[in-house]
Unconditional design. Structure first.
Ligand code: GAP
Length: 512
């Protein structure tokens, strides 16, 4: 099945099984805004819990906060977001559609890459076992041509973006003969800057309302609390502050479902370090974060780092962790070495001295910061994409199964009485009332056992138990495993021991 079709199926599966709904669905939705349903919220909470515990529980020197979304408007002036948090936009006059100029060019670069990979795949097919990929890439004329075009475009694009040369961005689009996907024409306007922050007003107009912004990142809430936390927590450098919360960006290219949203959630951690040590910490956090992703067991080959050439105004190093989605390798998390830019700016704009006094060396300095920043929704999407499978069974039937890592699954155990009578529902409820204190259980009695198993497979429930007539005599149930579909008879008394370890977040944390 084409990857595009797989992705469409995942999107409709998310809606059909209560994971993600379009926001304001009965009003035909609101662009790039989504709601999480009864299963989605559980999965999302489990992802957040895995992150929070990996940060705050496992590191003695990392603490959490929860800062407000509304903040003093000067914060965004100090951080540079008012002046520099812009996307370069271009309109097509015929379709009246608006695009991000950088995205159009990046898609063009990706097209050259696709062409290269197609040639390589053809070569592999033609030469079979004798295929030498490195030699083929170095000598095949078509590959060489596409590679040269890609590299030249990449260099020109990086230069234009670094200088934010809007005329050059437009010229690249014209020279590359990039057309509007809707109208198919090259009738482009000039490229303009567009600020991504949402504005609103606080206070009534009579009192004199002032404009404030919905935060585009949670990080600034951490920076402006640096002094509060350092002092009240008596934190010694190096130390970190973690936060999970909503962020808002008026994204123009809002595509690919929950990959790029206007309202989304971030999990960010700012690690305050001594100046001069930041690049070592940057390397270390890259590895720590990659290990967190890999512990989910999705396969090491599905991750890669993308080290940035174009650095944000505040960074002296930056790298993304990319995950292989059905639409290619995409950024899920950013690790940034943000220097002392933010703290220095807030010191300047607020008039407060924001420094750290090192009791060992008797010196004061403005700490440098390593940031790890991951989008909850993108992480959710990567988990869904990797877990969704349409499996062909031995009898030729297909089953849709979400192979979620058990600790992230919304429901850990489904409790199913074989029939709705003969005391089986009562026995099933008794088991549920005991186990529900330890992990998330779901009781279901409607439809045949086979149908109930399939429903649980579709939401990723790792275990089901069936309560049958024998249960009333032998106090045993049939335990069914989602992945292997094997069934075994086990005593009710051993269920907690058999399941709890495998479905707990702790089991993931122990792999780190
Ligand atoms: N504080 C740094 C910062 O915000 P970023 O690279 O702009 O850096 C960090 O964002 C992460 O937030 C991204 O890697 C992505 O996972 C998530 N993210 C950013 N914009 C998003 C959007 N519009 N929708 C969903 N997630 C987004």
């Amino acid at each position: 099945m084409a990857q595009e079709d797989v992705f469409k199926k995942i999107v409709s599966h998310c809606k059909e099984y209560g994971f993600v709904f379009p926001s304001s669905d009965i009003y035909d939705g609101l662009g790039a805004v989504y709601d999480y349903g009864q299963n989605g919220v559980e999965l999302k909470n489990n992802i957040k819990q895995y992150w929070w515990q990996a940060m705050v529980l496992l590191h003695e020197n990392i603490v959490g906060i929860d800062s407000a979304i509304f903040m003093h408007p000067t914060i965004w002036k100090a951080s540079g977001h008012v002046d520099a948090f812009n996307d370069p936009l271009i309109d097509n006059r015929d379709s009246k559609k608006r695009y991000r100029a950088d995205v159009l060019i990046e898609e063009q670069i990706a097209k050259y890459e696709e062409k290269i990979e197609k040639e390589v795949a053809k070569g592999r097919k033609r030469f079979g076992d004798a295929f030498n990929e490195a030699e083929f890439r170095a000598t095949n004329q078509r590959v060489i041509e596409h590679t040269q075009k890609r590299d030249a475009l990449h260099e020109r694009y990086s230069k234009a973006m670094n200088a934010m040369d809007l005329d050059e961005l437009k010229q690249i689009i014209l020279d590359e003969e990039i057309v509007c996907p809707i109208s198919g024409t090259r009738n482009w306007t000039d490229v303009r800057q567009f600020n991504l922050m949402f504005k609103t007003e606080v206070g009534s107009t009579a009192e004199g309302a002032s404009t404030i912004y919905l935060r585009p990142e949670t990080a600034q809430g951490i920076f402006v609390n640096y002094l509060n936390v350092q002092k009240t927590g008596r934190m010694k450098i190096p130390f970190g502050i973690a936060q999970i919360g909503k962020a808002f960006r008026n994204e123009i290219v809002a595509r690919q479902f929950i990959f790029r949203m206007r309202e989304f959630e971030q999990m960010e951690m700012q690690y305050f370090v001594k100046p001069g040590t930041e690049l070592d910490w940057f390397k270390q956090w890259k590895q720590t974060r990659l290990a967190w992703h890999k512990a989910l067991g999705f396969g090491d080959e599905n991750y890669r780092f993308h080290d940035h050439e174009k650095l944000a105004h505040y960074a002296n190093a930056a790298s993304d962790i990319e995950f292989k989605m059905p639409f290619g390798f995409k950024e899920v998390e950013g690790i940034h070495s943000r220097t002392n830019f933010d703290l220095s700016q807030h010191a300047k704009f607020s008039g407060h001295k924001i420094e750290y006094f090192d009791p060992e060396t008797n010196e004061s300095y403005t700490p440098y910061v390593i940031e790890t920043s991951i989008g909850v929704d993108r992480m959710f999407l990567s988990v869904m994409c990797h877990s969704y499978e349409e499996e062909t069974l031995e009898n030729g039937e297909t089953r849709t199964v979400l192979r979620l890592p058990a600790p992230l699954a919304p429901v850990k155990l489904a409790i199913l009485p074989l029939v709705k009578k003969d005391g089986l529902p009562e026995k099933a409820h008794e088991i549920m009332n005991d186990l529900k204190f330890h992990f998330n259980c779901k009781y279901e009695e409607k439809d045949s056992i086979g149908k109930r198993y399939r429903r649980q497979d579709a939401i990723g429930t790792p275990y089901c138990i069936t309560v049958d007539h024998d249960t009333l005599n032998d106090n045993c149930v049939t335990l069914r495993n989602r992945d292997t579909m094997t069934q075994e008879r086990v005593p009710i008394a051993s269920l907690r021991d058999l399941i709890e370890d495998k479905v707990s977040i702790t089991s993931l944390l122990k792999k780190l």
